[in-house]
Design a protein around this ligand. Structure first.
Ligand code: PLP
Length: 383
């Protein structure tokens, strides 16, 4: 069978597989972005994003991918004279560092080996005896499959009163996010990951402290994504044309999140993550993420030298995995398990991986992966 590109099973860490209900919503007639019923739908989406992040804080919608929201958060608050510290343990935390350097003359990088988590101790030692205004960090590092422990990280950050800019692009809607409890000032996310929508919309959720800081400064350093242009009298007031079809499709995805229930959805993501990890390890493959900090939404598997071949060979079986990014290119394989990925997709993915490893002559324990993943599922079924 030859699978065409429109018919691949996306086991990528975003954009994710869409449920047919989303695709249908995506093809509904285009709406006018200033019409009240559309604005009601947009408010439903932004308020739902806040809710999924554990807060009632104001969420600003930006037409643009996740990076647009990263740009919005940083450029709207950071000044040239602001002192910023960026924790870096992968491609996306490095991107937040690079964005910060566009807008500030004083950005300090704190590097951690890729595959390792940023911990309380890292934050404590990086902030000790130093004066910073802002901190940037990624919750779930999609490039390495590492979930940073935000509860303890934020405790250290908040002891020192820094304004926090946190990327939750691959955690919001798929894993536990607690903006209020953790005390996050600017939380960033995007439509095409765990929220389950098509790519092209992103969001910044701002705390009262962030909003008052924004009020004190005349304007941001970028025009299109200056959040000031999106807020009037404390409410969202969209200045430009919104990508209305994306919002309508995302609304349907959010309805599906509510139908499943956030807790059940998070448990399902955790189970899929566990099954993928068990499957990979049973085949004798190593994970990149350090033990105890593995992401529940994306798994990075070490396949030195041949990772890209695994990706192209996987397509022959109708499955699209993702390769490594930046300095990890060619050395890891990433399997996304977000949104509607369930038992059927995980078992397919693991057995296709097994077949491809055999074809490429990569040493592994053939047949063991599917069995191990299956066991995770049957353990749950028998509980
Ligand atoms: N942050 C994280 C953690 C991501 O995984 C991604 C995309 O994969 C982004 C930011 C950037 O988002 P985009 O590619 O939508 O601009």
């Amino acid at each position: 069978m030859k699978y065409d590109d429109e018919d691949l099973l996306l086991l990528t860490p975003g954009p994710v597989e869409l449920h047919p209900r989303n695709s249908q919503a995506l093809s509904s007639p285009v709406r006018y972005h200033r019409e009240k019923s559309f604005l009601d739908d947009l408010m439903f989406v932004t308020q739902s994003v806040s809710k999924l992040e554990g807060t009632d804080n104001l969420t600003v919608p930006i037409t643009g991918s996740g990076t647009a929201a990263m740009d919005a958060a940083v450029s709207s608050m950071v000044r040239r004279s602001s002192k910023v510290i960026s924790f870096i343990n992968g491609v996306f935390s490095e991107r937040l560092y690079n964005i910060s350097r566009y807008y500030s003359d004083s950005v300090t990088p704190y590097y951690k080996e890729w595959g390792k988590a940023i911990t309380r101790e890292d934050v404590r030692s990086a902030l000790e005896d130093k004066e910073y205004d802002f901190v940037t960090i990624v919750h779930n590092e999609t490039s390495t499959g590492v979930l940073n422990p935000m509860d303890e990280i934020m405790e250290e950050i908040n002891k020192r009163g820094l304004i926090s800019i946190v990327d939750g692009v691959t955690s919001v809607g798929g894993d536990r996010v607690e903006v209020d409890k953790w005390g996050i000032d600017a939380m960033i996310t995007a439509s095409q990951k765990c929220l389950g929508g098509p790519p092209g919309m992103s969001f910044v959720t701002l705390s009262d402290r962030a909003l008052s800081l924004i009020k004190k400064i005349d304007r941001g350093q970028s025009y299109y994504v200056d959040v000031r242009n999106y807020i009037k009298d404390g409410k969202i007031d969209i200045p430009f044309t919104t990508a209305t079809p994306l919002v309508i499709a995302l609304k349907e995805a959010i309805n599906m999140i509510y139908e499943e229930g956030l807790d059940r959805r998070i448990s399902r993501h955790r189970l899929m993550g566990k099954a993928v990890r068990s499957g990979a390890q049973a085949m004798g493959l190593d994970l990149l993420a350090e033990r105890g900090y593995e992401s529940n939404t994306v798994t990075a598997i070490k396949i030195p030298e041949k990772a890209d071949q695994v990706v192209s060979q996987g397509k022959r079986y109708g499955v699209l995995f993702a390769g490594g990014q930046g300095k990890l290119a060619g050395t890891i394989l990433r399997i996304g398990h977000m949104n509607i990925i369930g038992e059927r997709e995980v078992l397919t993915g693991i057995s296709v991986l097994d077949a491809v490893l055999t074809e490429l002559g990569i040493e592994h324990s053939a047949g063991s992966g599917t069995l191990a993943a299956q066991q995770e599922f049957s353990m749950l079924a028998s509980e």
